[in-house]
Design a protein around this ligand. Structure first.
Ligand SMILES: Nc1nc2c(c(=O)[nH]1)N[C@H]1C(S)=C(S)[C@@H](COP(=O)(O)OP(=O)(O)OC[C@H]3O[C@@H](n4cnc5c(=O)[nH]c(N)nc54)[C@H](O)[C@@H]3O)O[C@H]1N2
Ligand SMILES: Nc1nc2c(c(=O)[nH]1)N[C@H]1C(S)=C(S)[C@@H](COP(=O)(O)OP(=O)(O)OC[C@H]3O[C@@H](n4cnc5c(=O)[nH]c(N)nc54)[C@H](O)[C@@H]3O)O[C@H]1N2
Ligand SMILES: [Mo]
Length: 751
């Protein structure tokens, strides 16, 4: 930061890419594309207005009723602003009271959320380290993104899903060179590839898809929305939640027409026979043929046959969007996609098999050699209780209750204090009206947040946090080949402090100063983390600039790009399954899993099966005839920067995609204001009438800020007032956001 506040331009990094920031007089004037990015995201344009928005939290704030003896309801009360020292004293005293009265097992610090890029000021790492330094906390497993896959896929491929995603997907170049047929369940949407956790510098997903089509690769998008893949791709319109039925029918055709690769199944897989008897209807009297599937998923049986033949005849990659496992029984399409790919016998061949997450985030498909480092150590957590991340409201509702999770029967802890930093549960959790009741149960909720989000408004103690533009940091992601010094661009807005400073203040009051900070200021931590990273890189033959040079240069590109064949474990396994077995009990791909069968779950048996969700078009009623999917927003990352975006005229409520026939039946015209509702809640939206969505389906992106409790309908269009809060199954317990039926009506009164 220039001390004299003169105009200057520096580059910074973010989850949505690097961008240039112009500052003057302590303010961000503009955000502009980074010269090295061939297709920059438009998201940063909202940064200046958001950073200086009047919804920034100016000072530490404590809920009035809570101060007066923990009375009143969260979200329905006002706040008192206090000086930092007083607010930190009060928070520390209460944390101390709770840990002494109930033990650290009563503190929930899962604190899920994307927060901001930057290696040191990473809010989750900070809050976890702080809570560990004072005795530990209840943590969470998995993510809202892929929680269900993280549970099921290790049983199938014997490796954790995160390493499968980030280290063992084939490169775009390999797909370009070898794939002939690209079958995309849920599409590959470059709108989502704008972001990548920790940063993405060169946005290239859209250009790869363009090259695929130019080369004549057959690209098929299977799902409810045409727009999930770029123009020029074929579209097989599919009912949400029914992918497993279609995959089963494709598998059926392969067996019926002798197209399944029996040699691959025999050598590399286990359990195909038991699955085959289910598939062909021998075990349950119901052949999973294309006619059977057509009734469920809406695809034409003849089209299913043609597609199965093409997939067997050509080098085929099946890709599966993460959205497919964000719904009830989300384990099934994930497991079944692996089985279908195994039946095609192309797993481990270049350009063939199955891939997860292409287009979901921009980093998947990039090919870089691994370079670890620059992670703030989180210390050991003495508390061993971990909940599946999306079961957060159940945990609050049912303390002490047993629940099933991936072969275990843990108990929900009795939570008295929640600490959230870097996430927005009132954006990300399902069934927000029900959450609001569960959220009243703990004695204390503390939130660090830059903005007055719905979550901050529903806390007892709110500490204003800085944004990345108000502190220095290092930007680096393992899925990117750039390294950034992220300079402090402006002074802290209002009285905001870095999460690190907030936790230092609390740790000191709780007798954990040394343990938390190790006597280091933020700058010293950054220097030390960087020095360690520098050393690791050097050991790998990479010569990085020292920190002073990096600071001066702002950014460097690292020579991490790899060429030549991908080194996925699938390729190694295929080359020699005895020498490189999978980490499954059988060492092979588990089409049938004794482990899963042994769990005895009706909602996730020993091989992939068709299990209809509780809410989908197959259970549509007169009250709720339409399926609602709630994809990621194109104009931002989740709920971030929404305060600025919502300010432009007519930008809110958010657009709801609806088919012309569904619109006409309800007297709805394009751009009409509508009410979207079901028994769980209601929100407003602006109709976007389009033939690019399957009839009977509506789509409302996430990210609108949730309004105040008690309003009859969420004004800006947060879909999570409508979604269902149930686990995907006893196995995965992931989030089921895409399992929801709704009705839509034209809004006649002013909103
Ligand atoms: N219906 C439906 N719901 C969904 C999904 C869906 O598909 N459909 N998707 C789910 C998925 S995959 C995800 S990942 C979640 C995302 O949910 P979240 O990750 O919770 O969403 P964000 O809006 O990114 O929340 C991050 C918060 O951190 C704050 N923040 C940013 N930087 C800092 C910082 O440095 N310090 C502090 N203290 N705070 C900071 C931001 O202001 C913001 O409020 O949503 C889930 N919810
Ligand atoms: N711009 C932007 N990009 C993002 C994010 C963001 O907030 N903004 N969030 C990031 C995060 S955290 C994540 S986890 C990823 C998520 O990546 P994904 O989960 O892949 O993305 P979604 O947008 O949730 O869903 C993609 C599409 O799946 C379709 N779909 C929904 N249900 C079904 C179904 O049952 N079957 C089929 N075949 N299709 C279905 C919908 O039409 C939807 O548009 O995106 C990341 N990318
Ligand atoms: Mo996510």
């Amino acid at each position: 930061m220039t001390q004299d506040g003169k105009r200057q331009i520096r580059v910074t990094s973010s989850h949505w890419g690097a961008f240039e920031v112009e500052t003057e007089g302590g303010r961000i004037l503009s955000a502009r594309p980074f010269s090295e990015d061939p297709a920059p995201s438009a998201i940063p344009a909202a940064v200046p207005a958001a950073v200086h928005h009047d919804s920034r939290i100016a000072r530490p704030s404590i809920r009035k009723g809570w101060l007066n003896g923990r009375q009143g309801r969260r979200g329905e009360d006002s706040f008192v602003e206090l000086p930092w020292d007083e607010a930190l004293d009060i928070a520390a005293q209460d944390i101390d009271r709770i840990r002494k009265t109930y033990g650290n097992e009563a503190i929930f610090g899962g604190s899920y959320g994307w927060s901001s890029a930057g290696r040191f000021h990473h809010a989750q790492s900070q809050v976890h380290r702080f809570l560990n330094s004072i005795g530990g906390y209840v943590a969470s497993f998995g993510s809202y993104s892929t929680g269900c896959a993280q549970s099921i896929m290790p049983h199938v491929f014997g490796t954790d899903f995160i390493s499968l995603l980030y280290q063992h997907q084939q490169s775009w170049q390999t797909l370009h060179d070898h794939t002939e047929t690209l079958v995309m369940f849920g599409g590959i949407n470059s709108k989502n590839a704008q972001v990548s956790m920790g940063g993405i510098t060169r946005h290239d997903t859209a250009s790869w898809l363009e090259r695929f089509r130019a080369k004549g690769i057959y690209c098929l998008n299977i799902g409810p929305q045409r727009g999930d893949a770029p123009e020029g791709c074929d579209w097989l319109a599919l009912r949400p939640g029914s992918d497993t039925a279609l995959m089963l029918a494709l598998a059926y055709v392969l067996v019926q027409e002798g197209l399944a690769d029996e040699a691959f199944l025999a050598r590399y897989c286990t359990g195909f026979d038991r699955f085959r008897s289910y598939l062909m209807g021998e075990s349950d009297g119901c052949p999973k043929d294309p006619e059977w599937a057509a009734v469920l998923c809406g695809a034409d049986p003849q089209q299913i046959r043609i597609l199965a033949r093409r997939m067997a005849r050509t080098r085929t990659l099946i890709t599966v969007a993460w959205s497919l496992q964000r719904g009830e029984h989300g384990e099934q399409p994930y497991w079944m996609s692996a089985v279908l790919a195994a039946m095609l016998g192309q797993i481990g061949l270049p350009g063939g098999g199955v891939g997860y997450g292409y287009g979901a985030i921009g980093g998947v498909g990039k090919s870089f050699r691994a370079l670890q480092g620059m992670t703030l150590p989180q210390l050991d957590n003495p508390v061993k209780t971990v909940i599946p991340v999306a079961r957060m409201a159940d945990m609050l509702r049912f303390p002490g209750a047993r629940y099933d999770f991936n072969g275990q029967q843990p108990c929900y802890p009795d939570i008295r204090l929640i600490y959230w930093a870097g996430g927005n549960p009132y954006h990300h959790h399902q069934d927000l009206n029900a959450l609001h009741e569960a959220w009243q149960r703990p004695e204390t909720i503390i939130v660090n947040e830059p903005w007055w989000t719905a979550t901050a408004k529903r806390a007892d103690i709110v500490f204003p946090a800085t944004t990345p533009y108000e502190r220095e940091d290092i930007g680096r992601s393992s899925m990117d080949d750039y390294l950034f010094y992220m300079p402090q661009l402006i002074p802290a807005v209002g009285e905001a402090r870095d999460d690190y400073a907030i936790f230092c203040g609390l740790a000191e009051r709780l007798g954990a100063a040394e343990r938390f900070s190790e006597g280091r200021m933020a700058a010293a931590w950054i220097a030390d983390l960087y020095a360690e990273f520098h050393q690791t890189a050097q050991a790998q033959g990479l010569d990085l600039p020292d920190l002073a040079t990096l600071k001066a240069r702002n950014w460097v590109r690292l020579p991490l790009a790899t060429e030549g064949p991908d080194t996925t474990f699938f390729a190694r396994f295929r080359a020699d399954p005895e020498a490189s077995p999978l980490g499954t009990p059988s060492g092979r791909i588990e089409i049938f899993s004794d482990t899963i069968e042994g769990f005895g779950y009706a909602d996730c048996p020993g091989h992939p099966v068709w299990l209809p969700p509780s809410e989908w078009l197959g259970t549509a009623t007169a009250q709720t005839p339409l399926h609602l999917v709630s994809p990621q927003p194109g104009d931002k990352l989740h709920s971030q920067l929404e305060c600025a975006l919502a300010d432009s005229e007519d930008a809110r409520p958010v657009a709801l995609m609806i088919h012309p026939e569904d619109a006409a039946a309800r007297g709805i015209a394009d751009r009409d204001l509508v009410r979207v509702f079901n028994s769980r809640g209601a929100c407003h939206a602006r109709a976007r009438v389009t033939p690019d969505i399957l009839r009977g389906v509506t789509a409302l992106p996430t990210g609108a800020w949730h309004g105040d409790p008690g309003s009859a309908a969420d004004a800006d269009g947060n879909p999570n007032v409508l979604t269902k809060d149930v686990g995907t199954s006893k196995l995965g317990q992931g989030c089921s956001a895409h399992t929801a039926l709704v009705e839509v009506a034209r809004l006649t009164q002013a909103r």
